[in-house]
Ligand binder design. Sequence first.
Ligand code: 4AD
Length: 431
Amino acid sequence: MEPYKKAITINEALKRGEGRVTLRGWVYRKRVLKEKAFILLRDSTGVIQLVFPRERLKDAEELNLESSIVVTGALVREPRAPGGVELHVESVDWAYIGEPYPINEDAVVADSEYLLDVRHLWVRSRKMQAVLKIRHTIFGAIHEYFRKNGFYEVHTPMFITAAVEGGATLFKVDYFGQPVYLTQSSQFYLEVLIYSLEKVYVIAPSFRAEPSRTRRHLTEFWHAEMEMAWAGMNDAARVGEELISYVVERVLAERQDELRLLGRRTEFLERAKPPFYRVSYDEAVDILRKKGISINWGDDIGADEERALTLEFDKPIILYGFPEKLKAFYHRNDPKRPEVTLSFDVLLPEGYGEVIGGGERIYEEKELVEKIVRFGLNPKDYWWYIDLRKYGSVPHAGFGLGVDRLTMWITGADHIRDVVPFPRDVRRTAP
Ligand code: 4AD
């Protein structure tokens, strides 16, 4: 028995189409007839049909779905087989039969609670495989974009003591008897690091104690954040639209098979090229009112309003100029119009909504301390953040992009949980 026997990948076998080869993988489908048996074998690269002749039927009968096997045989072109090639099995070199597999991929609804309970197994499904490969491409492309554009990758702590996005969604951790929190955003540390490296980014988890279960909120999500010195809101917004369009372009170039497997239509992805639409908060309120949605100037633009707004446009929207009280204290107020901030969100089309939040930061010490106090916060909690404004402070701006949300849109998923291998929400911390 030879589990380590040299084998080629299924994708490679489909390309070769002939010759004697060894393959290894997991049983994806099984059909045993009187004269022969057909097994679909899958690995990380694809699926191929194995044909077991009459004298090997017993070998095939023993196998369960997801049993792991190593087989040797002859590749034969067969137009009726998936991928146009099948393997005529000569020997089963190794097998781990295991127990009957509990998931029937055809019988389950993709977002059912059951699939979350068995996530440790469901990640093997072709659908999750496709999502995970697209996620892989998305994360790689984010790194590529930032590195090609002069940003340094940095790393920031996850244990923190000063809330970035308000106290309501902080997770408290017992830190040797002292209360500390899990970070909601690495922004303040990026603001520190621009004084060393000028343009910085980080891709890291962020944590929010979100008590409600929605389609687009997790308690632990992946956050790609950037900060740049000598920059204002429009500079950051431009980086945001370029980044999204770069990532989408990479996925379209590398992941057509996976998008097809997921049934994702790509017109909106293809159209997501800069410039995105610029819509001010004031204009958004007008558009929403014209659509019959009751909203007053100063009201929050929530998930439903965002959805309604994005359905009016065929590309992502940069929504900017939010009233002061709708955004965190660190946003710089517009000097020409102090009731609004130099802040923006990027909203994804097709109803998906917010994927980026960002803007220009307050860079003057007095203005920052006043706003901290105005927001009912204690300047002492932000001592080192304020300290930055004492030494060579410069205008600067940045944003945070929710990578899981971007993945949701790119894959066309209905729920953020469907694009994360091990999602965390208010009710779930296992598997
Ligand atoms: O708009 P947010 O709260 O902005 C910040 O955290 C800033 N400090 C970022 C910065 O400027 N450096 O979050 C940014 C993005 C959101 O647009 C959303 O895509 C994602 O993070 N996000 C979440 N994704 C999944 N689940 C959650 N609970 C999320 N909360 C925010």
